[in-house]
Design a protein around this ligand. Structure first.
Ligand code: DGJ
Length: 746
């Protein structure tokens, strides 16, 4: 792995065992893109990929006919208006009103490892040999502004991460109206664009469409990455599937407004751009100031979508999630939200906790409603002190009682928000984001605190730190239950209002960072009305995220399947909840709900005291199963096998790193009559190794890895024959099976 600079032909070649990324300084001094894909020879000159033939109506950079047109060459960080007419990577508004720039190569630096990004989440390395970084300095002489394009190539992963820094070394103030984290010009458009889109309760559904000329984009203007689109854009070739074929994935390590876009031009070049959404964005860059974009991650694979996802999983699990909890066993938790909503007192909570502890649950999480006057969603947000009528000993007292039961204690917070009916709002009405002299829109009766102001962040830090210093809290669920409207800060002048969305999220990151520094033992789980901020930026601070408020087992198949395109199982909050389910009112078996929730962090969202003895026994077995296999599930290799978006069957599996154990989840949505005989091809096993296969705990047989991978595991169920009403053999709608494969010893 490394980075080669070919001085003579002015080409950079980033490479590892499998991939190459080639760039060139163009005749006008700007940076051109030549290639991204499977590894190609290092010593070759790829200048022939700069295409300069004459095309009618084209505008050219140099005097004379023909030559260099930026419209027709692929570039690394393109500008609009100097012969390129596509959407640019950046736009810099200058004091005279011009937006024309000319950033040319000045120098570059190659270093081992990867520098951190100040104040922003980013992937990291721990040893220098894990990655190499190239920083290319470009300069606009007229403006005396510099751009540093940073590229990191990882040695063991097919990943190149990028970010951009602008620095104003001149004497005038400029405005950055657009500052994308990446731009990538691909030589053709023979791709389908895959995105994860949805809404509350149906987050990250997979949508695919073929690229055609024009622009296809997704993004967020909600102040959070949001439920609607995830900051992930996947391109796949027409023949690519989960197991083979080329694919490219771009992911933004950011939690605020974003844009992810593919522009196909009339010559079939596909330009991918990703970064902070330029709409409503404008950053004042005064003399001497810098602006750092968030990081974008690009993954390339020739081996299909599972391989692409596995690369994201390894990167995010090992080079993004930080601290003690990156490698620690994640506790099985119980959360009281769906069990009680706001209707609880200490006795009720302790009763739930006792039952949970007896079943083997390790962490009790107290959700919304424990503080100030918060007995419903109309008041109290912002006032972070315990309601001692409900909890006589405060959080300290309750945590101690939970600890005495032998469980950890966790707490829900929503630190970015305030109800108008709160002491905080009454004291600081200008601390919310709102536009002067206009109505403030609310979401769930709450308003957004102005986290662009350091004094607001500091106040919230002090109030929550007081609780955390005074009580043994080992887990925090950090919620965020509305999108941002009327985004305006009383603390900034008119010309900086375009900075507020970004400054807001920087404030959120700074609060997380401060809390992590002070309380490194706490496990954070991020949440935003379920999965409204499930993005790589959050994972840098909170190792797990609440995947969705929809905990119905069948709905969760799609939600977890979609989420798995970029995010590892150890990051997905998955709970077993009651039936009828509170979101879709569906009845499913406890078994199905457990079989789905195993493929995540695992926990319960119910009062176990309301279960029958038989159900409680089943819960105890589920917990024992998860304790035995959670290491494998959280660190193994995950394969999607059958998609809930295309058929009646969903299947996935996790294979242990040593490939000697694997767990397969198999789910059938609706029952059928005289259904087909079915086989499920497995992946990632040792071909010559015999495996004992347990089907729902029962011995099914011994099969070689090659049999299971090439012939397939026979999954035919009773619905393949005539219904047997009297034998007890049955299968129903919403039905699941769990297979455990263990390599035979010897
Ligand atoms: C939204 C979350 O997604 C729920 O799990 C719960 O914590 C509620 N907020 C509490 O208000």
């Amino acid at each position: 792995m490394g980075i080669v600079w070919h001085e003579q032909v002015k080409e950079f070649h980033l490479f590892n065992e499998e991939i190459s990324y080639v760039m060139k300084i163009l005749p006008n001094g700007q940076l051109g893109h030549l290639y991204f894909g499977q590894r190609v020879p290092l010593d070759a000159d790829y200048s022939y990929l700069v295409e300069t033939c004459y095309r009618p109506t084209t505008a050219y950079v140099f005097p004379g006919v023909g030559g260099l047109s930026l419209e027709h060459v692929r570039q690394e960080y393109p500008a609009y208006g100097t012969t390129d007419f596509r959407m640019p990577a950046y736009e810099l508004l200058q004091p005279n009103g011009s937006r024309i720039t000319d950033f040319v190569y000045v120098s570059h630096k190659i270093t081992q490892g990867k520098p951190r990004l100040e104040g922003l989440p980013a992937t990291y390395t721990e040893k220098p040999e894990e990655a190499s970084t190239l920083a290319i300095r470009l300069r606009d002489e007229v403006l005396q502004v510099e751009i540093v394009l940073s590229y990191t190539i990882f040695s063991q992963l097919n990943v190149i991460s990028r970010s951009v820094e602008f620095s104003n070394q001149g004497e005038t103030t400029c405005y950055l109206n657009r500052a994308m984290s990446m731009s990538l010009d691909l030589p053709d458009r023979d791709y389908a664009f895959m995105q994860l889109s949805g809404w509350w309760g149906r987050e990250r559904a997979v949508h695919t469409r073929k690229l055609t000329p024009g622009i296809h984009s997704i993004g967020s203007l909600r102040g959070q990455s949001g439920h609607v689109h995830n900051p992930l854009m996947l391109l796949k070739r027409p023949h690519t599937d989960e197991f083979q074929g080329e694919a490219i994935g771009c992911s933004l390590v950011y939690s605020g407004n974003f844009l992810a876009q593919a522009e196909v031009d009339t010559f079939d070049v596909t330009r991918l751009t990703m970064g902070i959404h330029p709409f409503q964005f404008s950053w004042q860059l005064k003399a001497g100031e810098r602006f750092q974009t968030p990081e974008a991650v690009m993954v390339y694979t020739p081996r299909g979508l599972n391989d692409l996802s596995q690369t994201f999983h390894k990167l995010y699990a090992q080079h993004l999630v930080r601290g003690k909890w990156r490698d620690a066993v994640r506790p099985i938790l119980i959360n009281n939200w769906e069990a009680t909503y706001f209707d609880f007192d200490e006795e009720k909570l302790l009763a739930i906790a006792r039952k949970a502890q007896a079943a083997g649950i390790e962490l009790f999480v107290l959700d919304d409603g424990w503080f100030s006057t918060r007995r419903n969603d109309t008041s109290g947000l912002g006032d972070w002190w315990a309601n001692t009528e409900l909890l006589p000993g405060g959080i300290k007292g309750l945590a101690a009682k939970i600890n005495a039961l032998g469980m950890k204690f966790g707490l829900w917070v929503e630190l970015e928000m305030v109800n108008k009916d709160s002491d905080l709002y009454r004291q600081h009405p200008d601390w919310i984001l709102h536009t002067p002299c206009r109505r403030d829109s609310h979401g769930r009766n709450q308003y957004v605190l102005d986290f662009s102001r350091p004094e607001v962040v500091d106040y919230i830090y002090q109030s929550i730190a007081k609780i955390l210093h005074g009580a043994n809290v080992e887990y925090i669920k950090w919620d965020m239950n509305r999108s941002i409207t009327e985004c305006f800060s009383a603390a900034y002048p008119a010309e900086q209002q375009g900075e507020i969305f970004h400054r807001y999220i920087l404030g959120v990151y700074s609060l997380y960072e401060r809390l992590l520094q002070e309380f490194p033992h706490i496990l954070f789980e991020s949440c935003a009305s379920g999965g409204g901020r499930f993005d790589p930026g959050m994972l840098y601070y909170a190792p797990q995220a609440w995947t969705s408020d929809d905990s119905d087992g069948i709905e969760r198949l799609k939600i977890q399947y979609g989420t798995s395109y970029a995010y590892p199982l150890a990051t997905m909050g998955t709970h077993v909840s009651v039936t009828p389910n509170h979101q879709v009112l569906r009845n499913t078996s406890l078994k199905l709900r457990g079989d789905v929730a195993y493929f995540g962090t695992f926990g319960y969202e119910m009062d176990l005291g309301k279960l029958t003895a038989a159900e409680l026994a089943e819960v105890r077995e589920q917990i024992a199963f998860m304790k035995r296999y959670r290491n494998l599930i959280h660190s193994g290799t995950f394969y999607r096998l059958e998609s809930p978006f295309t058929g009646n069957i969903t299947a996935w599996m996790v294979v242990a790193r040593d490939q000697r154990t694997a767990i397969v989840g198999y789910y059938k949505i609706l029952n059928e009559v005289c259904a087909p005989y079915r086989r499920l091809k497995l992946y990632g096993l040792l071909p010559d190794c015999p495996y004992t296969v347990l089907e729902d705990g029962m011995h099914k047989g011994i099969f070689h890895g090659s049999e299971l991978m090439h012939v397939g595991l026979v999954t035919t169920d009773y619905s393949a024959g005539e219904a047997k009403r009297d034998t007890g053999e049955f299968c129903t709608d919403f039905w699941s099976r769990l297979y455990v494969l263990k390599a035979c010893e010897g």
